[in-house]
Design a protein around this ligand. Structure first.
Ligand code: PLP
Length: 370
C-alpha cells in the first residue's frame, strides 16, 4: 500500500524550536515582544500601517466588526460560500448577516450581486479571499466609497495574496487566521491589519478587556490576546512565506498539467492580475465525471489521496441559522452549485512531484470508470 497523501500538513522551519524555547526560558509567556515581532511581519507583508494579533481568525473578525461600532440591525454583506466562522463572527458582533451570491468562476463574492442587496441599513462589506485567491477588492472599495461602507476582508486563507501586485490587507480591516491548517500557522491565532489609526486603536483596546490603562475600561471588551508562545511558532514561517507560496503555486501548476483533459474535472480559475496563494487547490467535479463529487471524494480517500469538500453547503443552510433574526438568507444559485461540485486536492509544500502524478492518475481513473 502506498503512503496516504494528506490534504494538509504542518511543516515548521528550522529555528522554530529555538524561538519557542527562548519564550519558555524568558518567563514571558503571554502577549509580549514575540507578538510584537509577528505583528511587524504582518504589517510588512500587507504594507498596512498597523497589525493587531489576536487569539484566532474568528476573534479577528469579531473585533474588526465590533471596531465599526454597529447598531443592532445594521447589516454586513458577505459571501454564502465560506467557512462558518465568517457568519458566526457577524452574529457574535451583534450585526445582521446579509448574503449576496458568489461569481460563477472564482468562488468569491460577486460585486454586482452585492450592489443589488446594499440597502439603508448596510454598514460593511465582508468579502472572503477564498482558497487563497483575492476577491475583487477594487470593485468592493469603489462600492464602499459610493455608499459609505466599511470593508472587512476575510483573509484567513490568503496570506500574501495580491490584487494587481498589491497585497490584500489594506482595503479597510483584513482578518488573517493562523489556525493549524492555514498557510501560516501557530495552532490558534489571528491578525487584523489596517491602515486606519483609530480602528487599530479600537482593536487593541477590544482585545484587552476594553482597557487602555490598567483598570480603566472604555468598552466591554474581550480577552482576545495571543501568547508569545504562539507568536514564536509563526515568526519563522513568516520569514519564509514567499518560498512556501512559490511551492504551493508550482504544485498548483503541476496539478493543472496533470488534470488537463480529464473529463468532468475543471481546474481552479485564476483571475488575471491576482496573486493566488493556493491555500487550497479546488476543482469542480461536473457531469462529465463517472462519479459525482461525493463518490469521488470517498474513492480518493480509499485510495490514500487526501481531499476535502470546502464547503458542502452554503453557510446559512443549517437549522441553527434559519430562524435567526441576524441572518437574512436568499437565493444564491452559484454558491449552491459550487457547494455540490467543489473538491480540494493536496497542494501544500510537502506534496512531491510523484505525489502529484499519483493524485492526477487516481483522479483520472476514478472519474473515467465509475
Ligand atoms: C479559518 C477561517 C476562519 C476562522 O479562523 P480561525 O483561526 O479558525 O478562527 C475564518 N474564515 C475563513 C474563510 C477561514 O478559512
Amino acid at each position: 500500500m502506498t503512503h496516504p497523501i494528506p490534504i494538509s500538513a504542518v511543516d515548521l522551519p528550522d529555528g522554530t524550536e529555538d524561538l519557542v524555547l527562548e519564550v519558555l526560558r524568558s518567563g514571558h509567556l503571554a502577549q509580549g515582544p514575540m507578538v510584537e515581532r509577528l505583528e511587524s511581519q504582518f504589517a510588512e507583508m500587507t504594507g498596512a500601517a498597523h497589525a493587531v494579533a489576536v487569539s484566532s481568525g474568528t476573534t479577528a473578525l469579531v473585533a474588526a466588526i465590533e471596531a465599526l461600532r454597529l447598531e443592532p440591525g445594521d447589516e454586513v454583506v458577505t459571501s454564502p460560500f465560506t467557512f462558518v466562522a465568517t457568519l458566526n463572527a457577524i452574529i457574535e458582533a451583534g450585526a445582521t448577516a446579509v448574503f449576496a451570491d458568489i461569481r460563477s468562476d472564482d468562488f468569491t463574492l460577486d460585486p454586482d450581486a452585492v450592489a443589488a442587496v446594499v440597502g439603508p441599513r448596510t454598514r460593511a462589506l465582508l468579502p472572503v479571499h477564498l482558497y487563497g485567491q483575492a476577491a475583487d477588492l477594487d470593485a468592493f472599495e469603489a462600492l464602499g466609497r459610493r455608499h459609505g461602507l466599511a470593508i472587512v476582508e476575510d483573509a484567513a486563507q490568503a496570506h500574501g495574496a495580491t490584487v494587481a501586485g498589491r497585497p490584500v490587507g489594506r482595503a479597510g480591516q483584513a482578518c488573517f487566521s493562523l489556525y493549524a491548517t492555514k498557510n501560516v500557522c501557530t495552532g490558534e491565532g489571528g491578525v487584523v491589519t489596517t491602515d486606519d489609526h483609530d480602528l487599530a486603536d479600537a482593536l487593541r483596546v477590544l482585545r484587552n478587556q476594553g482597557m487602555r490603562r490598567r483598570y480603566e475600561y472604555e468598552v466591554a471588551g474581550h480577552n482576545y490576546r495571543m501568547t508569545d508562545l504562539q507568536a514564536a511558532v509563526g515568526i519563522p514561517q513568516m520569514e519564509r512565506l514567499e518560498t512556501v507560496t512559490a511551492a504551493r503555486r508550482a504544485n498548483a501548476a503541476a496539478l493543472d498539467r496533470g488534470l488537463e483533459g480529464v473529463a468532468g474535472v475543471t481546474a481552479p480559475f485564476r483571475q488575471p492580475r491576482r496573486g493566488h496563494v493556493f491555500h487550497q487547490y479546488t476543482v469542480r467535479v461536473g457531469p462529465g465525471s463517472a462519479r459525482d463529487r461525493d463518490a469521488l471524494a470517498t474513492a480518493l480517500t480509499e485510495a490514500g489521496v487526501g481531499c476535502g469538500v470546502y464547503y458542502p453547503r452554503v453557510v446559512f443552510d443549517y437549522d441553527c441559522y434559519r430562524e435567526s433574526p441576524q441572518v437574512r438568507a436568499s437565493g444564491v444559485p452559484n454558491a449552491e452549485l459550487a457547494a455540490r461540485e467543489v473538491l480540494s486536492l493536496p497542494v501544500h509544500p510537502l506534496v512531491t512531484d510523484s505525489d502529484i502524478d499519483r493524485i492526477c492518475t487516481t483522479v483520472a481513473h476514478l472519474t473515467r470508470f465509475g
